[in-house]
Ligand binder design. Structure first.
Ligand SMILES: *Cc1c(COP(=O)(O)O)cnc(C)c1O
Length: 419
């Protein structure tokens, strides 16, 4: 787990200018992480990571990642627009969506994004929406009971995503007949998985399938995409995934499966979100209330509007009390937000140092699926996002929402005349 990069005094200074709660991202950490990933996978003839935009849809972060050579994986109109805003287009953008509206297919084509279809019927839907098929097309494979999922993503056969095995063969054949020239094969079968072997086995599954598609249909894959799903160590006792272990394991399978089949070079792609920015973001919040009833509660100024994962999945996020990093954990608290929802808890029965009102709490690993997932229930507004630059300065990369933002879709003037 990464330590929070600012001291208590620095954070108090920052909070003068940007009131809590706020998310803070560490640019140097994100850049270094992206470089380590690319270096590990440079043993493939062609590798690209497409950052899953939904994990942290902030154009400043996207621009940093684009500068490091990453592409972007989008699944909505808004995400495509963010890519365009930072100059990502063409084959730097993957469009992996499901139940895709026509408008989004059109936008993806306009940007020249690589389209990853989620169903065999989407071949015709794409033609109907855009008038033609692109030169490159990818399909998302759902292995169903052939592959075990994990707790967050569930069993593949219960997932709404992707084509079955037989549909996949039919889809490539059909796309080939309709003039598609370049093909990709995609899957996403796991989420937040820390076991390197699991990711290597996903590569094996796609390598073997690429060989079989070539054998049965004569279609040669230009790339495979193993999806996202590399986990991060949310808990102190967990260990970060070793990118080199995955890359070396997958490279060995590439040599065993792809090279002898004459399918080398085959590009190796993935679209991780969590692993790229997750450990380099923190939610900073202040303790504002304390109550002792059947349990001891610390009320903070953040809520599920800022971070849903604990409430939504019971996810663990480590919490540090700033300035009390080395103090003994003598208390047991539920750390809670202010929503009228009992799941609005950042920590349940967590052992922590004694917390005083006004203390700053740092919630770790909020750099992916953190701010992005926030919602406005109870009329709570989402926080600002701040970026710690490599030179030590801090800039605001998204301001906090205001009540005006919240009411922007309402006409409060006309309601006064409404009877
Ligand atoms: C969410 C998602 C990702 C990113 O998942 P992480 O767990 O953040 O790595 C990648 N691809 C697709 C299709 C997704 O839906």
């Amino acid at each position: 787990m990464n330590t929070f990069p600012l001291t208590l005094a620095q954070t108090e200074d920052l909070a003068q200018k940007f009131p809590t709660p706020f998310h803070l991202y560490d640019e140097a950490g994100i850049r270094d992480n992206a470089r380590r990933l690319i270096k590990a996978f440079s043993i493939f003839p062609d590798f690209r990571e497409f950052f899953a935009v939904k994990a942290a849809p902030n154009p400043f972060l996207l621009k940093i990642l684009a500068a490091e050579g990453l592409g972007a994986d989008c699944s909505s109109l808004a995400e495509l627009r963010l890519c365009e805003a930072v100059g990502l287009r063409g084959d730097r953008v993957m469009f992996t969506s499901n139940e895709t509206p026509d408008e989004e297919f059109r936008e993806a084509r306009r940007l020249g994004a690589i389209i990853n279809l989620d169903d065999i019927t989407h071949i015709d839907a794409l033609v109907a929406a855009t008038g033609s098929l692109p030169e490159t097309l990818c399909f998302r494979y759902n292995p169903g009971p052939l592959k075990a999922g994990n707790a967050i993503i569930g069993h593949p056969e219960e997932a709404k995503y992707g084509l079955t095995r037989e549909q996949l063969f039919a889809a490539y054949a059909r796309a080939g007949e309709l003039g598609v020239r370049k093909f990709g094969l995609h899957t996403m079968v796991v989420s937040n998985e820390l076991d390197e072997q699991y990711h290597i086995e996903t590569a094996r599954m796609l390598f073997e399938l690429a060989v079989e598609i070539h054998r049965r249909l004569g279609i040669r894959m230009a790339f495979i995409n193993t999806g996202g799903g590399i986990g991060i160590p949310y808990r102190p006792e967990q260990k970060a995934v070793n990118y080199e272990t995955i890359a070396r394991g997958a490279r060995k399978l590439y040599d065993d499966i792809i090279v002898p089949a004459g399918l080398d070079p085959l590009a190796y792609n993935m679209e991780c979100g969590r692993a790229i920015t997750g450990p380099y973001g923190w939610l900073v919040t202040r303790a504002i209330r304390r109550k002792d009833t059947y349990r001891s509660y610390i009320g903070v100024d953040a809520s599920m509007a800022n971070l849903m994962r604990p409430g939504l999945y019971g996810a663990y996020h480590h919490i540090t009390v700033l300035g009390k990093e080395n103090a003994p954990a003598t208390k047991t608290y539920d750390v809670v937000g202010s929503l009228c929802e009992n799941c609005d808890k950042f920590a349940i029965q967590r052992e922590l140092p004694e917390i005083a009102m006004g203390d700053l709490l740092v919630i770790h690993d909020t750099g992916a699926h953190g701010h992005a997932m926030g919602y406005n229930y109870n009329g709570k507004t989402r926080s600002a996002e701040l970026l710690l630059r490599p030179d030590g300065s801090v800039i605001q990369i998204r301001r906090a929402e205001t009540l005006d933002d919240l009411f922007a879709t309402l006409d409060l003037e006309s309601v006064s005349d409404f009877r």
